[in-house]
Write a protein that binds this ligand. Structure first.
Ligand code: MG
Length: 405
């Protein structure tokens, strides 16, 4: 059995937002990698891993994944935070990678073996107007995607009113636009009416509200979209307002996807066991890694809920690979979010999953099947860009009130 010898982080991507954990063992050449990326708190996660969590794990059995997870989870008494979950998730993935290499099997084989041939993904279509959006949706249909997310520009798009028409107060703070719940409801309903008229009911369509609405408006939008038979409506509520899903369920059949900000079992467990959502969308690293997410997938199976692990533009290829192994081995898998990467980003990760015709394909290499080329990773990192602080964009209402992102 291999013992943990060293745990360190490798920061890459020009802006330094990808943090890859490398766990090396006392066995020659045996190591594993995992994802501990956090777009806004890369440095904080690295400190948590290298200075706080790592010293406790050195010398322990790499193969005791469950024990390493459980004991690390409570090692600082307080737990379930975003930073600590990400740190734990990254180390956990690396330990599964090591176990797979020791067994000579891909991680999805360790999880019970594949129950599907490949991983269907949904695409991100957008347009600043309806015609542009329709063109983008058609492009993805031609590429082979059967599920397509439809957005009018960035998050909240369709709900923004130009500042000089928004009725700002005379002492308004500096803002060029204002988010309006009712305008958003109106334009997103019209968007799906347009798309269904043009495309029919063949393509499976989704939309991401990204929490922008007041809870009552989330109920209204879900109900108004019912005739357009979405594949799912995503993040219609903020994590603080998840009890409102009961009201949505009483009102309509629009399927709900939720959970990309979840970090605590008390957030996802009631939504799954009360069948209040249809897709759970936690990020594998943010929930605490493969150990935690395989349990979420098993819970989903008993209650008819499906997984749709969060990927998206900020995510790295190692977290994506961890999701792919869970997708392949979980009966409760529903759909995987797609990612697009530049060629120089792909070169850093030999063995990465291949996206083709709307499907992700893993390889049959032992462990996660993905590695990191540390020389290329270092070259890709731009220290000046990485030193810049990163924050969510601030969307505000006409009176200046901040809108949840
Ligand atoms: Mg989302």
């Amino acid at each position: 059995m291999a013992k943990i010898k060293e745990i360190r982080c490798i920061r890459t991507r020009p802006n330094g937002t990808w943090v890859i954990v490398k766990v090396t063992t006392d066995q020659p050449g045996l190591y594993g990698i995992g994802s501990a990326s956090d777009y806004y708190h890369s440095e904080t996660v690295i400190t948590a891993i290298e200075e706080v969590i790592s010293p406790r794990l050195i010398g322990r059995e790499a193969g005791h994944i469950e024990d390493n997870w459980q004991s690390t989870f409570t090692s600082a008494y307080w737990r379930n935070g975003s930073i600590l979950n990400t740190a734990l998730g990254g180390i956990d993935m690396a330990l599964w990678d090591i176990k797979g290499k020791e067994a000579g099997m891909p991680v999805h084989q360790l999880l019970g073996g594949p129950c599907r041939a490949a991983v269907p993904c949904y695409a991100h279509a957008e347009g600043s107007d309806l015609v542009g959006l329709e063109e983008d949706v058609r492009r993805y249909i031609e590429e082979g995607y059967s599920v397509i997310r439809c957005q009018l520009g960035g998050y909240g798009g369709g709900g923004f009113i130009d500042a000089n028409k928004a009725g700002l107060p005379k002492n308004a703070w500096s803002q060029t636009r204002a988010f309006d719940d009712e305008a958003y409801i109106d334009s997103i309903t019209k968007m799906f009416d347009y798309l269904r008229t043009k495309l029919g009911f063949g393509p499976k369509l989704t939309h991401d509200v990204h929490e922008h609405l007041r809870p009552q408006c989330a109920v209204t939008l879900s109900k108004l979209l019912e005739p357009y038979r979405l594949y799912f409506l995503e993040d219609v509520l903020s994590p603080e307002q998840i009890s409102w899903f009961r009201l949505i369920r009483e009102q309509c059949t629009t399927p709900q996807a939720m959970g990309e900000l979840f970090i605590n079992p008390h957030e996802w467990t009631p939504l799954i066991t009360e069948r209040l959502i249809d897709f759970v969308r936690v990020r594998v690293s943010k929930a605490g890694g493969i150990t935690q997410c395989r349990k979420i997938a098993a819970l989903c199976e008993w209650f008819g809920v499906h997984t749709a692990w969060l990927e998206g533009g900020d995510n790295d290829r190692v977290n994506q690979m961890a999701a792919v192994h869970l997708d392949l081995a979980s009966w409760s898998f529903g759909i995987q979010e797609e990612n697009h990467f530049r060629s120089e980003e792909l070169e850093v990760f030999p063995g990465h999953a291949l996206l083709e015709g709307g499907y992700l394909y893993a390889n049959d290499q032992p462990g996660l099947g993905i590695d990191i080329d540390e020389e290329k990773a270092a070259k890709l990192l731009n220290h000046e860009q990485a030193a810049h602080r990163r924050y969510m964009a601030e969307d505000r209402k006409a009176d200046g009130t901040i809108v949840r992102p």
